[in-house]
Design a binder for this molecule. Structure first.
Ligand code: 5AD
Ligand code: FES
Length: 345
């Protein structure tokens, strides 16, 4: 089958064989046919609407030591910070004024924020902003903790699986972590009733196309509401300092493949994509993404949440990013809406 035929098959059936996926992932000649097909699917389901999520990076302390990540425990060069409850709430206030109806609290796995503290912050956001979604992205926790956050008012959770191949997982993470526990977390979150987001990095060290196919198969099993992917980007103060970053076009093709396999999914055009190319986020939207996640964290800490190098938007106030994104989204042919932005299933 040639490229257009495989794309058409994926468009019609929402699935193709592993070998066909492999050729779509690997070949630049599929860039346009995939993006065109994905854009048709996204418009069928979401029109030209783009949802915005206000990202609050509230701590860069982390007890984990993932080899790819700039805020890993052993990075002694990282200057650490934590936001107080009041600082987090004022990010939400500002975000609400700017039209955000989803707040994403993201942080390293920081033991300072006990379940009690997280629940206290979540319930305060819940009571002040009853019409908003509260998303947590704070890593692997026991099921009881996830349940407690849910009961306090959190309703979405982001936890990328990073790679669905356990051998590859072992090359990206220290022995204290396992794909098995990551999956346990994701299925616990689903069972509790969260809208769950997962995803992976494209071009991470040692990744092979087979691993990416396994990522897509795992997502078919999980059936997440949100799927976040972005290129791996090198950070000098990690064990992976010598590895090169992931590629723009491979990431874009994977976004399109995701849109065709998961027509209803909420797929962000990520900051990492905007970091490796000046128009990365616009291209991500044109390839099938329908969410953007600008930063609401105080500018004073922005630079410190450095998962990877050269991260964009570290000098801009929330309102500046909001305005900038408005223009970027319009230039790509879509429009930002003030909406809680639930999955349309
Ligand atoms: N490059 C790109 N993405 C990264 N992440 C962590 N480190 C990097 C990096 N160096 C991603 C991981 C994580 C998410 C919050 O950020 O996929 O789940
Ligand atoms: Fe932040 Fe453009 S989106 S400056």
């Amino acid at each position: 089958m040639n490229g257009c035929d495989i794309t058409k098959k994926l468009f019609d059936l929402g699935d193709v064989s592993d070998d066909e996926l492999k050729s779509l992932i690997e070949n630049d000649c599929f860039n346009e046919p995939l993006a065109d097909a994905a854009d048709i699917r996204r418009r069928e389901n979401y029109g030209d609407e783009v949802y915005i999520r206000g990202l609050i990076e509230f701590t860069n302390y982390c007890r984990n030591n993932c080899y790819y990540c700039g805020i890993r425990r052993d990075n002694r060069c990282a200057e650490r910070y934590r936001l107080t409850k009041e600082e987090i709430l004022s990010c939400c206030d500002e975000g609400y004024r700017l039209g955000f109806r989803t707040f994403v609290m993201q942080g390293g796995e920081d033991p300072h924020y006990t379940d009690e503290i997280i629940c206290d912050i979540v319930s305060e956001i819940r009571s002040r902003f009853p019409d908003c979604a509260i998303t947590l992205s704070i890593g692997e926790k026991p099921r009881e903790s996830y349940q407690a956050y849910f009961d306090a008012g959190a309703n979405r959770y982001l936890l990328r699986h990073e790679t669905a191949d356990s051998v590859h997982y072992g090359k990206l993470h220290p022995d204290s972590m396992s794909l098995e526990n990551r999956k346990r977390c994701l299925f616990d979150l689903k069972e509790i009733g969260y809208q769950v987001g997962s995803g992976f990095m494209v071009g991470s060290p040692y990744q092979r196309t087979e691993n990416l196919v396994a990522d897509l198969r795992f997502l078919q099993e999980l059936q997440p509401d949100m799927i976040g992917i972005g290129p791996y980007i090198t950070h000098a103060e990690t064990p992976f300092a010598e590895f090169k970053s992931g590629e723009l076009n491979t990431t874009l093709r994977l976004i399109s493949i995701l849109r065709l396999m998961f027509p209803y999914a909420l797929i962000p055009s990520t900051t990492a994509l905007g970091t490796i190319h000046p128009q990365g986020r616009e291209l991500g939207l044109k390839a099938g993404a329908n969410v953007v996640m600008p930063n609401l964290s105080p500018v004073s800490v922005r630079k410190l949440y450095a998962l990877y190098e050269n991260k964009i938007c570290t000098g801009e106030e929330a309102a500046q990013c909001r305005g900038c994104l408005e223009r970027r989204v319009l230039s790509a042919g879509y429009r930002i809406v003030t909406d809680i932005g639930n999955v349309k299933k």
